[in-house]
Design a protein around this ligand. Structure first.
Ligand SMILES: Nc1ncnc2c1ncn2[C@@H]1O[C@H](COP(=O)(O)OP(=O)(O)OP(=O)(O)O)[C@@H](O)[C@H]1O
Length: 257
């Protein structure tokens, strides 16, 4: 289908006005003939390109391009951005600004490279990675074959990472979020919230077990609770049992990390 799309683009100018994802709007795939033909009726039809996970590399970047590039006549056309021929789909995506996150990092490394030697740059990257690893409870020291970053004495971070992370929330935006969540809470949620907050304010050290059917707003209550406490500059350790569950709660961590 993809190769036939290239062929259609070679012959029909109106085909070149569509991306691959948009193609079924005006063209229909003739399975027997193995080619695209102009749609005769004005039936609305939208294309769906198979999901490709980012880990597949070039396939993933090809899929990104198929959603934005119009009228290519070959794979090379997909990699040609502003008259520059890129070697890989990934490079083409990067040139199109589709990989903003990476762009930020690559630009930062390029900038740093102007001022640092290769060894300094390598060490700098290792230090940054060590920081990320430490936030997950790991370190380069856990991987014997990996190079360990070097530090000057004044660069050694003696602070407690967990406390540091907890104290750098934007208290102002948390306060706004907290007020919004509180305003939206149901009467039942509010009564649970009040009960837990009372125990927290009185420093009673109580233990609560919150249960209810799925989707009834338990996580919502924890979010309201944690934003309220954090907006005061206090610390909340949001501990859950699985990595997936940790993504649902701001600052969530698995117990073992
Ligand atoms: N009072 C509320 N106002 C607006 N949205 C709410 C409210 N309570 C819950 N929700 C929304 O309902 C959805 C389900 O709530 P939530 O995830 O908190 O439920 P849960 O009980 O933790 O579910 P599960 O047990 O499946 O994890 C979420 O999108 C949440 O934002």
């Amino acid at each position: 289908m993809l190769l036939s799309w290239f062929e259609t683009n070679k012959t029909l100018p109106e085909a070149r006005e569509l991306t691959y994802a948009e193609f079924p709007l005006k063209f229909v795939w003739k399975k027997q003939l193995k080619r695209w033909e102009k749609r005769r009726t004005s039936v609305f039809s939208n294309g769906r390109i198979f999901f490709v996970p980012p880990g597949t590399g070039e396939l993933y970047y090809l899929r990104l391009l198929l959603n934005v590039i119009k009228g290519p006549k070959s794979y090379d056309d997909l990699k040609r951005i502003n008259n520059h021929n890129y070697l890989t789909f990934r490079d083409a995506c990067y040139a199109l600004g589709l990989l903003d996150d990476c762009k930020e990092y690559v630009d930062a490394i390029k900038e740093a490279k102007a001022e640092l030697t290769n060894d300094e740059l390598k060490n700098h990257c290792l230090q940054k990675l060590e920081k990320v690893l430490k936030s997950c409870g790991r370190s380069f020291h856990d991987f014997p074959t990996m190079t360990i970053p070097l530090y000057n004495e004044e660069e050694v971070d003696h602070s407690n990472r967990l406390i540091y992370d907890e104290l750098r929330y934007n208290r102002h935006s948390l306060l706004e979020e907290h007020q919004q969540l509180l305003m939206n809470s149901t009467v039942e949620q509010k009564s649970v919230y009040d009960k837990i907050m009372r125990a927290e304010n009185d420093a009673k050290g109580q233990f609560f077990f919150l249960y209810g059917y799925g989707g009834t707003g338990k996580t919502f209550i924890w979010k309201t609770q944690s934003s309220g406490i954090r907006s005061r500059g206090d610390i909340v350790l949001t501990i859950v049992s699985s990595g997936i569950a940790s993504l649902l709660l701001p600052g969530g961590r698995t117990t073992h990390s």
